[in-house]
Design a protein around this ligand. Structure first.
Ligand code: MTE
Length: 322
C-alpha cells in the first residue's frame, strides 16, 4: 500500500510456506457437501496456531458468510500482513506487534446517537453470540486470502447506541500510540488510522466486528483485540485495533484517501472493471497458491458478494464512486 512503490512481483518467503501440514477439515467436508451435517466439523472449526486462547464461533447463518474457498493457512494469514502502525514491510507486524497491549481496552461509540457508550472489550465479547464466518479478503495491492473470522455483525453494536437520523456515516479510529506502535513514529500516514462507511453499509449483516480468527483470539498483527472485516471492499477499509466508532453526518475522510485521493476512494468496493491508477484490479494472486505455474484468479465484482451487497450501490456510477 506504499503510495509510490509498485507492488513487488517476486514471491516473499512468507508466500512460499509449504502447505503440507495444513489440513482444513471443514473445507474438505464442505467439498463433499457434508459441512452443515457434520457435528465434528462444527466442533473443530478451522485450526489456528494453538498458542492463543480459544475463541470458538458457531457457523454463521448470514447469507454469503461461508465461502467454500479453501482457507489460507494460519501461518500465511499471520505472517504476511499490512499494519503500518508496526512498519511497512509485510513481515513487520508479525515481528513487532507483540508490544501492543490489548488489555485493558475500551471502545467508545459516540456521535449522532441517543445513547453514546464506552464499551470495555470484555463487554463487547459478550454483546452478541460469536459466529465463525469464512470471508475472502482482497487487498488493493493484488493479493487475496480466505480467512475464518470469529465475531458478529457490526450492526449489533451500532444498534445499542440508537443512531439518530443525522447518523449518515460511521467513522472508525484505530489506536495510535507511539510507545506501543513503532510505525506511528513515522510519517507514512497521518495517524491515527481512520476509515469510514456509509451507515447502510455499516448496518449490512456481512459487515463484521472481528475478535478472533481460526477459532482463537486475534493475533496482535491481525488487529487485536478487535477489527473490521468488510469482505466486499478492499482490505484497507477493514481497520484494525479499533478504539473509537463515531456516527457522523458527513462523509469521513479515511487515512488512505487523505494520503492519495486519486488512488483510494471512499467506497473502495472490489471492482475488476475499475483499475487502480497503478495496478489492474482484474485478477489476483491468492496467497498460498504459489509456484511457477500458479495461475492468477479473476477478481470478482464486489469480491463475489454482489448478490448480498449490490443493492447498496444501485444507480451509482461505480467508476466515479470508486
Ligand atoms: N488497519 C490499521 N489500523 N492499519 C493498517 O495499516 N492495513 C489495512 C487493513 N487494516 C491497516 C489496517 C490493509 S491495507 C489490509 S490489506 C488489511 O488490514 C490487512 O489485514 P491482515 O493483515 O489481517 O490480512
Amino acid at each position: 500500500m506504499l503510495i509510490k512503490t509498485p507492488f513487488p512481483h517476486e514471491p516473499l518467503p512468507s508466500e512460499i510456506t509449504p502447505h503440507g501440514v495444513y489440513l482444513n477439515r471443514r473445507t474438505a467436508l464442505a467439498g463433499l457437501g457434508l459441512a452443515a451435517a457434520s457435528p465434528l466439523a462444527l466442533a473443530q472449526g478451522t485450526p489456528g496456531g494453538g498458542k492463543l486462547p480459544k475463541l470458538p464461533g458457531t457457523r454463521s447463518a448470514v447469507a454469503g458468510a461461508m465461502v467454500l474457498d479453501k482457507p489460507t493457512s494460519y501461518t500465511d494469514a499471520t505472517s504476511y500482513n499490512n499494519f503500518y502502525e508496526f512498519g511497512t514491510d509485510k513481515s513487520d507486524p508479525a515481528a513487532y506487534a507483540h508490544t501492543l497491549k490489548t488489555r485493558p481496552w475500551t471502545v467508545s461509540v459516540e456521535g449522532e446517537c441517543a445513547k453514546p457508550m464506552r464499551f470495555d472489550i470484555e463487554a463487547l465479547l459478550k454483546l452478541a453470540p460469536m459466529e465463525e464466518r469464512i470471508y475472502r479478503l482482497r487487498c488493493v495491492e493484488g493479493w487475496s486470502m480466505v480467512i475464518p473470522w470469529v465475531g458478529y455483525s457490526l450492526a449489533e453494536v451500532i444498534k445499542k447506541v440508537e443512531p439518530t437520523s443525522k447518523a449518515k456515516y460511521v467513522e472508525f479510529t484505530s489506536l495510535a500510540d507511539k510507545s506501543q506502535m513503532p510505525g506511528v513514529r513515522s510519517g507514512v500516514l497521518d495517524w491515527p488510522y481512520v476509515e469510514g462507511l456509509r451507515i447502510d453499509e455499516a448496518m449490512h449483516p456481512l459487515a463484521m466486528l472481528v475478535f478472533g480468527m481460526y477459532g482463537e483470539v486475534l493475533p496482535n498483527q491481525n488487529g487485536a483485540p478487535l477489527r473490521l472485516a468488510l469482505p466486499w471492499k478492499y482490505g484497507f477499509k477493514s481497520a484494525k485495533s479499533i478504539v473509537k466508532i463515531r456516527l457522523v453526518e458527513k462523509e469521513p475522510t479515511s487515512s488512505w484517501t487523505k494520503a492519495a485521493q486519486q488512488e483510494y476512494g471512499f467506497y473502495s468496493n472490489v471492482n475488476p472493471n475499475v483499475p487502480h491508477p497503478r495496478w489492474s484490479q482484474a485478477s489476483e494472486r491468492r496467497i498460498g497458491e504459489d509456484g511457477l505455474f500458479a495461475k492468477k484468479r479473476p477478481t470478482l465484482m464486489f469480491n463475489g458478494y454482489e448478490a448480498q451487497v449490490g443493492q447498496l450501490y444501485a444507480g451509482m456510477d461505480l467508476k466515479k464512486n470508486y
